[in-house]
Design a protein around this ligand. Structure first.
Ligand SMILES: *[C@@H]1O[C@H](CO)[C@@H](O)[C@H](O)[C@H]1NC(C)=O
Ligand SMILES: *[C@@H]1O[C@H](CO)[C@@H](O)[C@H](O)[C@H]1NC(C)=O
Ligand SMILES: *[C@@H]1O[C@H](CO)[C@@H](O)[C@H](O)[C@H]1NC(C)=O
Ligand SMILES: *[C@@H]1O[C@H](CO)[C@@H](O)[C@H](O)[C@H]1NC(C)=O
Ligand SMILES: *[C@@H]1O[C@H](CO)[C@@H](O)[C@H](O)[C@H]1NC(C)=O
Length: 470
């Protein structure tokens, strides 16, 4: 694990230049919408951008992060929070070497800006909080609950704390509502569930969005968060559909819907991602595909029922149940926190990964391309690579046939070019017991998560217009 690549970071540069728009408060009854930007950790807009990496190194990191993230998603989705997870399998993006998103939010009155790591499969929102017992180093002042006039603790009679309530997710100890959240053994945050005013900057010209009383964790006892080495991140914001996530808390206002559209990656970096909620999601009159998602375990990663795969328009005719791992996992996770798609090589009956790779290999071999072995035995490498030919553009498409919906990855996103080395590789990695539809295959696709009927809707879109680089 390499150490973080930031030596001295001028404090002024901690804060993005923000144009402050008029502020927007929810009205209690009317559904509405808002948007804010997520900054990928490794993008030039990120305060953690590892500027000294070459494009080649950044792409290598994609593969590494993908394996680690897939292991994490799989582990937490097939266990419950109470079980001890295998530490060898657990790498949340809380390790500085990993790929994740960052969001800037203002908390409290007067407002304090903090940076939170966004965990698309995570639940709680928490930040380090004064008065603090054990806090990791932060390059900017800790949020101080005692200095904020809008701060309140959640009391034990709240449904999230009460043992009489089916919604209990926290504990009541000595009359105080508390939580203890372990991300992997030894990496734990403890604190007081609280209510506070949160302000999100709207990067799209709309008003800033203020939620006057969001439930969040005032974390005053934090251990072994590796991202602490940077001093930039003060906590985590979960975006899944657990009761205490942002999306669930705002559900009535945003009609349980959120969406993003990933602009094409370039030079091995991802662009900021605009997260749109409720009415801010564009409406589309064309062909919208929709399929149900399933939430497995209590970690709320989204799983889709994958039935078959096509390369170009040729179906592989995978046997029924090929992706079924157990009752709970029956397809492919969709996850923006995994850079590269993994197709499981341990599927039932046949090896789905090998069949996909074989079909792609036949496509390129038929067109006379020369295969090149860049794999060198490391599981982090891409298996199917070819020497580049000038002007070669006949890359195949791949279609994931979900229950009731076809998802076609544009041929532009089927390969990663290693320009300096003069070759390209197919952007698919072998899964180790699970499949994950990663960010690279989500480029130029509008993806909408709809918690009303647990469905995901998608259609191709030119996503470059959907973000402003912060
Ligand atoms: C980037 O810079 C850091 C700090 O100087 C160093 O530790 C790291 O090895 C460098 N990485 C590369 C790939 O050169
Ligand atoms: C975790 O364990 C405790 C005590 O063993 C139990 O009361 C609780 O229901 C468990 N939580 C989950 C999510 O399984
Ligand atoms: C879910 O609801 C949306 C809008 O309400 C609808 O467009 C979509 O078809 C539904 N999806 C499924 C899988 O039922
Ligand atoms: C799998 O599903 C069957 C039928 O729905 C059920 O009887 C069985 O207990 C389930 N097994 C597990 C491990 O959940
Ligand atoms: C795949 O899983 C096996 C055993 O479960 C493990 O030994 C191996 O390291 C894993 N490979 C990767 C790339 O995670």
């Amino acid at each position: 694990m390499s150490s973080l690549m930031i030596q001295s970071f001028p404090v002024a540069a901690l804060f993005f230049c923000l144009v402050i728009f008029s502020e927007f408060h929810f009205s209690a009854s009317k559904p509405s919408g808002f948007s804010f930007n997520l900054i990928p950790r490794d993008s030039p807009g990120s305060p953690l951008y590892p500027g000294n990496l070459t494009r080649f190194e950044r792409i290598q990191r994609f593969a590494k992060f993908s394996h680690a993230r897939a292991n994490y998603v799989t582990s937490v989705s097939t266990t419950t929070r109470n079980l001890t997870l295998n530490p060898d399998n657990i790498f949340l993006g809380i390790i500085p070497d990993h790929w994740y998103y960052i969001v800037a939010v203002e908390i409290g009155t007067p407002a304090r800006q903090v940076y939170l790591m966004v965990d698309t499969g995570g639940d709680q929102i928490w930040t380090q909080c004064e008065p603090c017992k054990t806090c990791f180093r932060q390059l900017y002042p800790l949020y101080n609950s005692q200095a904020s006039s809008s701060y309140r603790k959640l009391t034990c009679d709240h449904p999230f704390c009460s043992s009489l309530s089916p919604d209990m997710i926290y504990l009541c100890t000595n009359g105080e509502c508390v939580y203890s959240r372990e991300y992997f053994p030894g990496s734990v945050t403890r604190g007081v569930p609280s209510l506070e005013s949160f302000k999100f900057h709207n990067f799209n010209g709309g008003p800033d969005f203020i939620s006057p009383s969001l439930i969040f964790g005032c974390s005053n006892d934090n251990h072994n968060f590796k991202f602490s080495e940077s001093g930039m991140i003060s906590g985590i914001m979960g975006l899944n559909l657990s009761p205490d996530s942002l999306v669930s808390q705002l559900a009535d206002h945003i009609n349980r819907r959120y969406s993003y559209c990933m602009a094409p990656f370039s030079e091995g970096t991802a662009y900021p991602l605009t997260l749109r909620f409720g009415e801010d999601i564009p409406s589309h009159t064309g062909n919208v595909q929709t399929t149900h998602f399933f939430v497995v375990g209590d970690h709320y990663f989204f799983m889709l029922n994958l039935l078959d795969i096509s390369v170009n328009s040729n179906r592989l005719n995978l046997p029924p149940g090929v992706f079924q791992r157990s009752n709970s996992t029956l397809g492919i996770f969709i996850d923006s926190g995994t850079p590269i798609t993994l197709i499981d090589q341990r599927t039932n009956i046949v090896n789905a990964y090998e069949l996909v790779i074989l079909a792609l290999q036949i496509h390129y071999d038929t067109l006379g391309l020369v295969r090149t072995a860049h794999s060198s035995g490391s599981e982090e490498n891409y298996e199917l690579c070819y020497n580049d030919k000038p002007d070669f553009q006949q890359h195949p498409t791949i279609t994931y046939h979900f229950q009731g919906a076809d998802y076609t990855v544009d041929s532009k996103f089927m390969t990663i070019r290693f320009g300096e080395q003069g070759y390209f590789c197919v952007s698919i990695l072998p899964g180790n017991g699970s499949s994950v539809l990663g960010a690279y295959h989500q480029q130029n696709m509008r993806i909408i998560y709809d918690g009303n009927n647990n469905s995901i809707q998608f259609y191709p879109e030119n996503c470059a217009g959907d973000h402003t680089i912060g």
